[in-house]
Write a protein that binds this ligand. Structure first.
Ligand code: FAD
Length: 529
């Protein structure tokens, strides 16, 4: 016994004094435990993680987002330590913390003069640029490695669509299905179809029970106190100081299992539905765990396909294909667009929109039921599902003519999963048509008709979903026609929109004038809606 203790003590001191040869930076969204960096413990490597103001302050984030990042980072650091890796973790309130990647790195490298530094390729353009600059400024040799998370290379979309004016999801998605063999039978799609979209557009009327709540309840009093004491500006709320987002693999896998059991059997059917009964419906809520890389997309896809194979009588192919399309298709495609188009993409504003977001985007105080509910839910949970983001808040911002930069900042701040590489193409491209149709074949806009068809908001709304003008007419209606009218030159040549213009042109001129008048009033009185 005595001998063993002596040996452990010797090893400890040898390890402790071992000179650091490489400092490896791990970002808050690089929490992938199976990364090859962590396969072996190397005492000459120091892992560096930090909570810094440059990240908490570049936009006003939702309080749950800031806390979820820090809680997940701390859990990851504890995991690495327990495995025997050397790690330096700088908390937000650590007196040594200089609150930026560059300053902290400089200090750590000065402390370890024999060390080079290394980083995993970041997913954000601004950090990619920063690390390139630091690599040349710090005067220390550096190298970058892959984050080993995505299914495609950064350049995959750019290379695939070379010479094309539009990047079509469908062709990229089919290419990835073939490449990965997911839901394939040889070179043919399983079930004979690539796409079951037509079966995926049901309204939710309580036909099937909603999934039970999954409780994660991470108590985060200390983190909250630290963030509040530091004066970080945040938005939204957190109930009872409990975080209901997964911060480690155990919790993320619990959420994945919950989704497979309850969400997947109805995912496709109700993915576009909107209801006030439940903020999550049959959605997975996996975006945070995926975006910070706690989960790997491939393991999520494999697990979901496995569940479908195990329960063929309870889960149809349409449900699982709908989900595979989101992760294999949309997620990889969106990332590829980001890297193909940055940095110009972040400045795009094809329609020249200039208005400011009304203040009720931050407090949900509008009478429009769809917007008040979707915003209130976002402030409460840091979450809204895709159709709420696209066809409620995004639809309104686009129809009203809000400046895309403002829309971006709102989306980048409020959602738990918002990281620029995925937020920006979704907001600028898909939602705001600011790229002029590189991503979306036509603007995702609708009048109240669509909202009535896919949800129940209109039933409880003081505005009349069927009227186009008059003070009680739903603002979406006049704004919808006004949007097409004012962008006629850019949009009317699009064959997918031709019908809208034919209907508008057939309306009598008094009707058109009344619609225009109502739209002008709305745009001048956004705060009062
Ligand atoms: P589910 O509906 O269960 O879908 C499963 C997974 O598919 C998601 O977790 C996500 O990883 C992936 N996925 C689905 N749609 C997309 C998409 N369009 N782009 C990329 N991945 C997708 N997603 C983010 O992760 N971060 C964002 O900042 C973000 N901003 C958005 C902004 C706007 C204006 C719009 C219209 C969409 C945005 N999305 C964003 C995409 C999508 O809304 C979210 O991924 C989804 O709502 C997350 O919830 P979930 O995990 O329950 O998703």
């Amino acid at each position: 016994m005595q001998k063993t203790l002596k040996k452990i003590s010797e090893l400890y001191w040898r390890y402790y004094w071992m000179v650091i040869k490489e400092v490896r930076l791990i970002l808050g969204d690089q929490l992938y435990v199976r990364h090859s960096w962590f396969e072996k413990v190397n005492p000459e490597v120091l892992y560096l993680m930090m909570e810094v103001r440059s990240e908490t302050d570049y936009v006003s984030h939702h309080i749950q987002k800031v806390i979820a990042f820090f809680a997940a980072m701390r859990a990851f650091s504890a995991h690495l330590s327990a495995k025997g890796h050397r790690i330096l973790y700088l908390g937000l309130d650590d007196p040594r913390n200089q609150q930026s990647f560059g300053e902290n790195l400089k200090w750590v490298l000065e402390e370890n003069p024999e060390a080079a530094w290394a980083y995993q390729s970041p997913d954000e353009y601004r950090l990619d640029q920063l690390f390139l600059e630091l690599s040349s400024q710090l005067g220390v040799s550096s190298r970058s490695v892959d984050s080993e998370h995505f299914l495609c290379e950064r350049e995959a979309v750019k290379d695939f669509f070379v010479g094309k004016k539009q990047y079509l999801l469908e062709s990229f998605y089919r290419h990835l299905r073939k490449q990965t063999g997911l839901l394939m039978q040889g070179s043919k799609p399983l079930g004979g179809k690539w796409n079951f979209d037509a079966e995926n557009r049901q309204k939710y009327d309580g036909q099937v029970p909603l999934p039970p709540t999954v409780k994660l309840a991470n108590q985060v009093d200390e983190l909250l106190e630290m963030v509040r004491n530091a004066g970080v500006q945040t938005i939204g709320s957190i109930d009872n100081n409990q975080l209901e987002w997964p911060i480690d693999r155990v919790q993320s896998l619990k959420l994945l299992e919950h989704f497979c059991k309850y969400g997947l059997p109805h995912f496709g059917s109700y993915q576009d539905a909107m209801t006030e009964d439940d903020p999550f419906l049959f959605h997975s809520r996996l975006s945070f765990a995926l975006n910070v890389k706690i989960l790997h997309p491939r393991e999520v896809l494999n697990r979901v396909v496995q569940e479908w194979e195990d329960r063929p009588d309870q889960i149809s192919l349409a449900q699982v294909e709908g989900f595979v399309r989101q992760i294999l298709g949309w997620r990889e495609y969106i990332r590829g667009i980001y890297w193909a188009e940055m940095p110009a993409y972040s400045e795009s504003n094809e329609l020249g929109h200039k208005l400011s977001l009304p203040s009720w985007f931050w407090n949900a105080k509008t009478r429009m039921r769809c917007l008040s509910q979707s915003i209130e839910q976002s402030l409460e949970y840091a979450y809204a599902h895709h159709i709420q983001r696209l066809m409620v808040t995004g639809n309104f911002a686009l129809l009203a003519g809000i400046a895309p930069a403002e829309v971006d900042r709102w989306y980048l701040g409020i959602y738990i999963d918002a990281i620029e590489w995925v937020e920006l193409p979704n907001t600028r491209g898909m939602s705001q048509f600011a790229d002029g149709g590189l991503l979306a074949t036509k603007p995702y806009v609708s009048s109240a008709n669509y909202l009535r068809k896919m949800g129940h908001y209109c039933e409880k709304c003081p505005y009349d979903a069927k009227s186009r003008h008059g003070m009680l007419a739903c603002p979406f209606n006049s704004l919808y026609w006004d949007f097409h009218d004012r962008h006629r030159e850019k949009l009317s040549r699009n064959p997918r929109i031709g019908m809208v213009y034919r209907t508008w042109d057939k309306m009598n001129s008094d009707e058109r004038a009344a619609i225009r008048k109502r739209a002008v009033w709305i745009k001048e009185h956004l705060e009062e809606l």
